[in-house]
Design a protein around this ligand. Structure first.
Ligand code: CU
Length: 164
C-alpha cells in the first residue's frame, strides 16, 4: 500500500518543489532556513534577538506585543561602519525625518517586516552576509492613537546585531 502511494505522490511533490524554486527571488538561495528567531516589540523596544548570529538564511517571526493599538515595523539594514544604535537613534531625531522618508532611505536595506499591528505576528526570511546590521522602526503612531508622532527609532526603537 505504501509502495503504490509513493509512486503516486512523487509527481505532485516534484511539481511543487519546482514551482517554489521558479518563484523564489533571485537574491535568495535554495538552501534551507538555518535558524528562526522570535522577536517582539514591547514598550518601543525590540526583544528576543541575539546580538550575534550565524550567517545563512534566517527566519524572523516578528510580534507586536504592545498593550495599546499601534503599528510597528522591523526594517533590517546594514549598520554603517562606525555607527552604533545611538547613531541611528540620533539620526531619526533630525527634523523632517519621517517614516519612509529620507531618514530611512539613507541606509542599505536587507528586507523588512512591515506594518505589524498590536497582537499580530508576521514572519519573514532573510539572507544576510557576514556584517553588522540593525532593525529600526520609523513608524510614527503614538500611544494615544495619533499617527504623526516622532519616528519610533528616535525614541530608541533600534536594535543592532552582527552576522558572523
Ligand atoms: Cu514602531
Amino acid at each position: 500500500m505504501v509502495r503504490s502511494l509513493r509512486g503516486a505522490w512523487r509527481f505532485p511533490v516534484l511539481v511543487a518543489v519546482g514551482l517554489m524554486v521558479a518563484t523564489s527571488c533571485s537574491s535568495s538561495s535554495a538552501s534551507p532556513t538555518s535558524a528562526s528567531y522570535d522577536v517582539f516589540a514591547q514598550n518601543f523596544r525590540y526583544n528576543g534577538m541575539p546580538t550575534t548570529i550565524p550567517g545563512g538564511n534566517l527566519q524572523i517571526n516578528f510580534s507586536n506585543k504592545e498593550t495599546f493599538p499601534i503599528v510597528h515595523e522591523m526594517i533590517l539594514a546594514a549598520l554603517p561602519n562606525g555607527d552604533t544604535a545611538d547613531t541611528i537613534i540620533q539620526s531619526a531625531k533630525v527634523a523632517g525625518c519621517t517614516g519612509g522618508g529620507p531618514c530611512e532611505s539613507q541606509y542599505l536595506h536587507f528586507g523588512e517586516v512591515d506594518d505589524v499591528s498590536t497582537g499580530a505576528t508576521i514572519s519573514q526570511v532573510f539572507n544576510l552576509p557576514p556584517g553588522n546590521y540593525f532593525f529600526a522602526c520609523w513608524q510614527q503612531g503614538t500611544v494615544s492613537g495619533g499617527d504623526n508622532g516622532p519616528p519610533h527609532a528616535s525614541k530608541g526603537m533600534v536594535f543592532t546585531f552582527s552576522v558572523t
